[in-house]
Design a protein around this ligand. Sequence first.
Ligand code: PEP
Ligand code: MG
Length: 757
Amino acid sequence: MAGAVGGPRVLLRRLREVMAEPEAAQKRLDKIVVLIAANMVAEVCSVYLMRPTQELELFATEGLKPTAVHKTRLKVGEGLVGDIAAHARPLNLADAQSHPGFAYRPETGEEVYKSLMGVPILRSGRVVGVLVVQNRSKRNYTEEEVEAMQTVAMVLAEVVAASDLINLQELDEPTAATRRRPVHIVANSFAEGIALGHAVLHEPRVHVTKLIAEDVDVELNRLEQAVYELRGSIDDMLETEDLSHAGDHREVLQAYRMFANDRGWLQRMSEAVRTGLTAEAAVERVQNDTRARLQRAADPYLRDRLHDFDDLANRLLRQITGVKLSSASGNLPNDTILIARNMGPAELLDYDKERLRGLVLEEGAQNAHVAIVARALGIATVGRAEAILDHIDTGDAIIVDGDAGEVYVRPSQDIIDAYSEKARFRARKQAQYQAIRHEPALSTDGEKITLFVNAGLQVDLKHLHESGAEGIGLFRTELQFMVASKLPSLKDQIDLYSAVLDAAGDKPTVFRTLDIGGDKMLPYMDAAAFKEENPALGWRAIRIGLDRPALLRHQLRALLAAAAGRSLRIMFPMVAEVSEFVRARALVDRELARLKTFGKPAPAKLEIGTMLEVPSLVWQLDTLLPLVDFVSVGSNDLLQFLLAADRGNSRVANRYDILSPAVLSFMRFIVTKCRAHGVPLTLCGEMSGKPLEAMALVGLGFRRVSMSPAAIGPVKMMVRSLEVGRLEAFMEGLYGLPTPSVRDQLQAFAEDHGVVV
Ligand code: PEP
Ligand code: MG
């Protein structure tokens, strides 16, 4: 039996020489087929390339009739060549003519050749051609030979793509054209706003330029070292980053870990290196096979996992080539639109906010903290933009419609014009909101609704006055901790809290004590302590505060110091039972006593309240309410626990409508209790920032709501067009309905009564 002459490494070296010659592409291709045929001891070697018509055209051959070149064409799926292209996988046949797919083409003179081995020529996971060798005898090509052919095909893909003499445009059509064409993706709205800008991939892609190895052993070492480091970094991520993301991200990381430790993967890549590729080219070669399968997988679960594999290969490529893991520290355009599969809030905060206009996530959920931070930063954000990363590259023009939850990649001029108009319309709307900025949120029947903003960063403070809000209903103190690279000192905390109180002036501010854990992870925290199966139900927020009181006491000390001689409002997160509140309050008392001991000034007025975001506390309201100065419903957490649907898990986050009889009845119970006890009640979850949801809250009896600054204008417009009495009466009929949602009914009410939602 014949075998390869000199092996694939010799062939690659010869290919490199041919590539270096100043030759026209067709000539180069003609030489390459001769080289391959000789090296593989094959009588025939042919290259077929994909035409935009999805036909494979014979571009060069050694052994078949030269007159067939540029004449013979096979549709994808037609004949053995078409079959290889259709399935993006090799075929290795000792007796090709007995294969049911064999299609005889008389012009080629191939009838005398019995055996055939062909591999797809893949570029970015797309089939751009097929490389075939044939022999007269019934030859069994070895696995190594198939492997070598795949490596050669990879180099060939580069030759083809890099050459402008072959009709590159046409040749590259399946890759380039689909990538270059405008793409419209309907996704979910995460943060409102319209942004026109240019894409930056959060995790940069690596473009492999050096394909052929100088020294195979060196390359094998590089590969093994990189895989070793990759495994370590994934273990680290599972210990830390899974907590800075939410829900389904953990599943992804676990898949990463499984694949990274998959021996088969490393073996395939090592084999590719042994055929003469560099470590990075070997990763890409194996990744190409995965991508090709990805594009053909119909099963969504399998697609997800192949996607994980693709991501992992990208990570490995970055590991090998030393390309940084995030674009945050790179040069960003002034109109950056960040594209990521998913990210944690701290990762988003790493970026220069001045340059960020928009954010597009392939996954994510509306109430995940990254979305909350995006809203706080005023960045138009859409999430669950399916397969966006398959369609976009850094530098592409992109429009993010955070209002409608849509994305336009490489938009046509018509779309750009329409969006420029939409942006102008928004500006006019903003002007309307500005015009009522100093007006109260008073309903048509005279009910006053107090609108607060949610904040957490220094940049938020300017929004307080710009939005016309009456105070800060929720200051998320953990954000300062999340952006810092080390634990903020007492002074850092005092400085921030003083700045907040200075900015707020006589407007009330509610400081919520540290709400860390869950999906809010601090980069410098001991990750091992937070390794939990269900972080949202785990050791977080007040639980950490009470178990390790030093951190909480430190923070309380900073708050009391910053508020010396002024009013201070402190709120505790994630309180599940009255005793936790009592213990937390006792810590405040201890700090007050400490102030006294040292003769330091205390706040002129101190109010202490709690978040209502764990359902159990709702059943203790009669005990709790006499002890607190105020409560604030954290609907994001409260409803995820009530509905048992992880707020950060895109599969379930929107499964249940929060405008349902169950949720509304539950909320009404809270309102009734707080009214009976005369305790001020606010709602500070994301629910209050959406006009229709906010309308429902007002109808339930909420009179204080806290939201992202951009929501103040629209919600105020809603309130000023609403007759509360009529809505309350209308809602009486909704609580007992058997439907899973009363959204339509509320929408119809708004339309019938001219409520601007
Ligand atoms: C909430 O849970 O609704 C809330 C306001 O707190 P956070 O979103 O920060 O958990
Ligand atoms: Mg919460």
